[in-house]
Design a protein. Structure first.
Length: 144
């Protein structure tokens, strides 16, 4: 079985292949499995993965106290998670942090004035820079 995963390889493969086809097949199988695990977990050979691409924006609506957030992240890589924060102040002092497996969220928070921001991450990566409702210099507030 040849190497089946893009990026899978090991030292001296050509030499081993020319000497012992069965050993080369076994090592190819092991390396293909290892590379598939790295790909599916978004890991690098050095361990910690790079964060995914950043969300392009955040959309928030408030109607009768129900806040609905949509994190805009077209073509988010497989395994992406999102971090949503909301606070009652534009400096995000003491924010509420919500981990999301999907780029949407709803919560009833009647009669509250809130500011929102979001970021993306993989399970084992750091997160991307924050994307704000409004801008980082002037976040937009919404009243529930």
């Amino acid at each position: 079985m040849p190497l089946s995963q893009t990026g899978a390889n090991y030292k001296n493969r050509a030499h081993i292949l020319s000497r012992d086809r069965l050993l080369a097949d076994a090592l190819d199988d092991i390396m293909s499995t290892a590379q598939a695990s790295l790909n599916q977990g978004n890991f690098s050979k050095n361990g910690t993965p790079e964060p995914p691409s950043s969300p392009s924006g955040i959309s928030v609506t408030a109607k009768m106290g129900l806040f609905t957030v949509a994190i805009l992240h077209p073509k988010a890589p497989a395994g992406t998670q999102w971090v949503l924060q909301y606070a009652d102040n534009p400096q995000f002092q003491n924010p509420i942090t919500v981990g999301l497996l999907h780029p949407s969220w709803q919560q009833s928070l009647p009669q509250q004035v809130l500011f929102f921001r979001a970021a993306a991450k993989f399970a084992a990566s750091a997160q991307t820079p924050w994307v704000y409702l409004g801008t980082s210099a002037k976040p937009t507030s919404l009243t529930g």
